[in-house]
Design a protein around this ligand. Structure first.
Ligand SMILES: Nc1nc2c(c(=O)[nH]1)N[C@H]1C(S)=C(S)[C@@H](COP(=O)(O)O)O[C@H]1N2
Ligand SMILES: [Mo]
Length: 204
């Protein structure tokens, strides 16, 4: 038999590595998203932090404003809830926690709705965004993010299923009560921690 790590269309998981439960390994991530790839409009692009902010104001950053924040690089595996994973995707950009610090939420806020072009959104916790490995990625493997992979910027939250990382991300709203995003309102889990296999809403 082949190793326990190989699955449908999958490859062996290297012995020193592990995948979250119920996942199989692919050599490369298939491009996956709902709807069309948006056209880039750099002059109109803004990253907006709104909702229940600490100062009550909405903050809009240009792409240059974002690039002005301290840079980070994160090597992380990608885990799609349709059960494929890839290893060692190299993302660089800005730490999500630096945006949290610069434009903090009001005291009681635990949930954030991260939104992207065309109405895609995902609910994540402030705690998840505060992870040192949560990155607003502008680059993948050293090159600017391609359109298909979410350029000019996407969110990557390595410990959560990858639907929690909007490609073409355009901002987030702080929530005083949890609000379900695109997949969370279509039967997927509010938290979506891949290591706890939080795939579906009925598990909540
Ligand atoms: N804007 C947007 N971002 C998205 C999605 C989407 O449909 N729209 N799909 C998510 C899902 S389900 C996955 S698995 C990953 C896929 O990332 P990839 O295309 O880089 O492999 O993007 C995530 N980000
Ligand atoms: Mo996915």
């Amino acid at each position: 038999m082949t190793g326990a790590g190989a699955g449908p269309g999958g490859i062996e998981v290297p012995p020193e590595r592990s995948l979250p439960p119920g996942q199989h390994l692919l050599p490369e991530a298939p491009v996956m998203h709902y709807g069309p790839v948006p056209r880039r409009r750099p002059e109109r692009w803004r990253f907006t932090v709104g909702g229940a902010t600490a100062d009550g104001a909405e903050h809009a950053l240009t792409f240059d404003d974002v690039l002005g924040l301290r840079g980070v690089e994160v090597v992380a595996d990608l885990h799609c809830s349709t059960r494929w994973s890839t290893l060692d995707e190299r993302w660089s950009g800005v730490a999500a926690r630096d945006v949290l610090t610069a434009f903090p939420p009001a005291a009681a806020v635990e949930h954030v709705l991260v939104f992207a072009e065309y109405g895609y959104s995902a609910n994540v916790r402030v705690e998840d965004l505060a992870s040192p490995r949560a990155v607003l990625a502008t680059h993948h493997d050293g090159a600017p993010l391609s359109d298909e992979r979410g350029g000019p910027m996407r969110l990557v939250l390595p410990h959560l299923y990858s639907w929690k990382g909007p490609k073409w991300v355009r901002g987030w709203n702080y929530l005083t009560e949890p609000e379900r995003g695109f997949w969370e309102s279509r039967g997927y889990h509010l938290r979506g921690d891949a290591w706890r296999e939080e795939r579906y809403a009925y598990q909540e």
